[in-house]
Structure formats: structure tokens, C-alpha cells
Design a protein around this ligand. Sequence first.
Ligand SMILES: O=C(O)C(=O)C[C@]1(C(=O)O)C=C[C@@H](O)C=C1
Length: 380
Amino acid sequence: MMIALKHKVQLRDFDFRKPITAAQLSQRRLKIPFHACYRITNSKNNKKFQAIELQKLMQDYPYEFDSKDSPTSLPRPLTSAQLSNLTSEGSRLRVAYQGVRGAYSESAAEKAYPNCEPVPCEQFDTAFEAVEKWLVDRAVLPIENSLGGSIHRNYDLLLRHRLHIVGEVKLAIRHCLLANHGVIVEDLKRVLSHPQALAQCETTLTGLGLVREAVDDTAGAAKHVAFHKLKDAGAVASKTAARIYGLDIIAEDIQDDSDNVTRFLMLAREPIIPGTDKPFKTSIVFSLEEGPGMLFKALAVFAMRNVNLTKIESRPLQKQTLPTLDDSANGFPKYFPYLFYVDFEASMADQRAQNALGHLKEFATFLRVLGSYPTDTGLP
Ligand SMILES: O=C(O)C(=O)C[C@]1(C(=O)O)C=C[C@@H](O)C=C1
């Protein structure tokens, strides 16, 4: 099938096998999504896959493609769904995620911003920076999982960077054990995946007696196993990753609990205007003086206003993050100062939230609102 791309950017400019680094992003603004590059260059042998992918591409780019096999190349009318995912310049919203194609984070980005252009990034930091430097429009990053708990790195980065939380999205995580064609479970000695994914499949992997090897993301593990044609190693990743990297699914739903959900945050340069027309959540971070009952007092500002807390996380306060804090006020250095991250069920437009934070500010040594955003009330 012939496809003529009416686009200035050449596909050969991009190496679809590697996620973007912040350095690469700083060189150019991406015009063609990486998944498009991948689809065109890699779907040569599978006719059905090719047809579906081309159809998808033509939906995404109604004005960009000519196909000899296509019955018509007339432009299609824009839908309101397409409009809501356009940037102010009229291009598709570019959404950074950590990992390579087929990572759960990519699915989360697509769920959060349907019809967006997901942009893979090597590390969480890269995704934060890509938004800050205007190289992408948003980032979608995991913050907690129902089995594995918090993704601490992203809590720390939320404070280090100046992005705003503008939404959340919950994604059901269903892990598979993947391996190369012809490999059976008895051949496997090791298994590669993201540490969270390995932790979420603890029981199954222990039962199989497999040695765990941590890598940057689940899809990256699948890619590695496929690329190196490993016979003794499998990967814990999604069905999508199996399809993309041509691996067999040896076992499905191997997570310890069928209700395995990861919550992702949607991050932007600007905050959204908080409303009261639908359920909203607010995320804050604060630090306190040391002393008996200080945390109790802090949490009481919400309890006394009947504001429900949905999450509390404490992280070590690193001096370089908040250099203005005087940690030796008592005459000796404080070795274990903490930051408290709290999510509560109220919008910043709600008087109760404003009063609670006004009250907290009276005695907190530091307080920042990370975002006030609509709660994801849908099914994961
Ligand atoms: O490795 C991936 O596929 C990711 O998207 C990362 C990640 C995580 O960081 O927790 C996301 C969801 C799953 O919980 C497992 C891994």
C-alpha cells in the first residue's frame, strides 16, 4: 500500500525504537507522532494490522494522507471531540509519558486526552521538563497503584518542578507474562519489568521461581526480550506490548489482585479554574514544625470542616528542594524533616477548602497547592 506523506518532517528523521530524551525534544517540535512512524515502518507483513493502522492514521490526519487504495481523500468535518484535544495553534495535543510504546502510561495518556499525540520520554524528569520547556503540552504520569502503593519519585518531582495538576485518570492494569515464540514457561529463568509491575505480580512470579530484573518500563522490558530474542527471560507487560513487539502471551492477568488500578496525574503549565459543578479534588504539600500533635492539628483543619481526605503521603524533605526553610531553628539540625502530601475531596472554589488552607497556613512552615482538578469518577 502506498502512502504519500504531505509533511515537511521525514519519517527517517525519527528513530521509533527509542523514547525521546529532553535533548532531542529541544531540537524540534514533533509533527508526526512516534506511533505513526512505527506503524508505517513496521506493519509490512501483516495485512490486517496494516489496514487497521492506516485507517486509524487517516482518521487522525484527515488532511495529510493520500492513499491509492483509499476510495476518497476528501477532508472530513471536524468533530467537537477533536477540537477539545487541539492546542491553541490547532495541532493535536502532545502528551508526554514515561516509557516506550505500549507502556501503560501511554494508554493512560490516551485515556486522559483522547486523540492526543503521546510522546514517549526516557524518564519521569524528562516528561516534567518537556512540559516546562513547551516541547509538549501536557504530561501524564503514574502517582499510585492500588497494590504497589505510591510512586515516590513523582511526589518528589511534583515539588521540584512548577507544573500544575489539572486532572487524574485511573487505569486498570492487567499484566501478562510475555515471551518469544516457542518459549514455554518452564524455559524461563528470569523476568524483566518495571519494579511496580514486578511487585504487583509478586505471588505469580514467586510461584514460578523467576528471578526479577527491574527495567524502566513494562513495554521496554517486552522490547528488550524481543530485540535480543531471549529464550530464558520473559517480560511482565500489557497485551498491547505483546502485539507491538511480537511476543507470545504465556499467561494473562498475573497480577496479585484482579482489581489492580494505577492512578495517573495530568500535568500542565497552567492550572485550571476550579469549579463546583462536579466532584473536585485538591492536592497540596506542606511541612510542619516539630512537636507533639502537629500532624493531628494539620489534619484537623479538614476534619472540622467535614472535608474528606483521600490520600496522605509523607516524603523526606530535601534541603535543596526548599532551601528557605531554617531547619536548625532549635539550635540543632533536624535530621528527619518531612513533607506531607495530602489529597482532599473539595474544589479550591469551595469555601471550606479555602478556610481549611487559610487555617493550615497559620502554622505550616511551607504550603503549596499542587492542583485542584475534577475527580476521575469513571470505571478504571
Ligand atoms: O511500565 C509501564 O508500563 C508504566 O506505565 C509504568 C507503571 C508505573 O510506574 O507504575 C504504570 C502502571 C503500572 O502500575 C506499572 C508500571
